[in-house]
Design a protein around this ligand. Sequence first.
Ligand code: HEC
Length: 270
Amino acid sequence: MVRLISALIGAFFTLCLLIAFGTGLISYIKEPPAKTVEAAFHKHPGELALQSDGAFGSFDRQQLQRGFQVYKEVCSACHAIKYVAFRDLKELGYNDPEVKAIAAGFKVPVYNPGTGELKTRDGVPTDHFPPVVYGGSGTPPDLSLITKARHGGASYVHALLTGYAEQPAELLKKYPESKTPDGLFYNPYFANLNIAMPPPLASEGQVSYKDGTKATVDQMATDVAAFLVWTAEPKLEKRHQTGWPVLGFLLFASVLAYMAYRNVWADKKH
Ligand code: HEC
C-alpha cells in the first residue's frame, strides 16, 4: 500500500514537471522571444588581465597611481568616488605631503547647521572625495563600487571606455527607429547601446604619465579600470593574504579531527 502511494505521488510530480515543461515549450514555439536591437548588437567585454586577478592577485601600485591620475584629470569632472578618503591614497604609495596636496586640490562642501549655509573649503586628507556637480544630460554614477556593481567588473569598464563606435550600417538598416538620439553616443557595451557619457578617453596622450608609460587610450582605460578595482575593494590583497593561511589551518584541523576520530573508535569498530 505504502509503495503504491509513493509511486502515485512520484508519478504526480513527474506529470506536473512534464506539463510545466510542455506548456513552456509550446509558448516558446508560438511566441518566440522578440529579437530586440539590444539582443542583436550588444557586445560582451573581452578579458582584461590585471595583476589583481585570481586568488594570488596583488595590486600594481604604479598602475593604480596612473589610474588615479586618469580618474583625477578626466573622470572626476563628472564622477565622484565617495567611499574613498584622500588618506586612503597612501595605500597607492603616495606620501603624506602628496596626499595633502591632492586633497587640497579638491573643494569639499561644508554645511553650517546654524545658518543653513553651504560653503566649500579645500579638502584635507581625512575628507572623502566630494560629490560632483554635473550639469550635462544623464546621471554619472558614483564610481567607487562600479567594478563590483557591473557584470564584468574591470573588463566592462575598460570595454565601455574603448568601445565607442559608429552605429553599424546593418543596425540602421534593420532597426531604423533605433538611430542613436542626439546627445547620446553609440556604445555596444552599454546595456541599451546608447550612453549619455561622451567618450571620455578620446585621444592618445590625454594625460601625461610621470613614469613614462605611453598614454594610449587602451592604456588609460586599463589603468583607470585597475584603479576602480582598488576603490571597490581596497582590502583585496589582505583578503588574499589571509585566505591561504586560513585554508591551510582548516586543512590541518580536518586532518587532526580525522586522526582523533580514528583514535577514539580504534577498538570499538570491527
Ligand atoms: C562629461 C562627463 C563624464 C566624464 C568626463 C566621464 N563620465 Fe562616465 N558617465 C557620465 C554619464 C552622464 C554617465 C551615465 C550614462 C548613462 O546612464 O547613459 C556615465 C556613466 C559611466 C559608467 C557607468 C556605465 C553603466 O554601466 O551604467 C562608467 C563605468 C563610467 N561612466 C566611467 C567613466 C570613467 C572611468 C571616466 C573617466 C575615464 C568617465 N566615466 C568620465 C559622464 C561622464
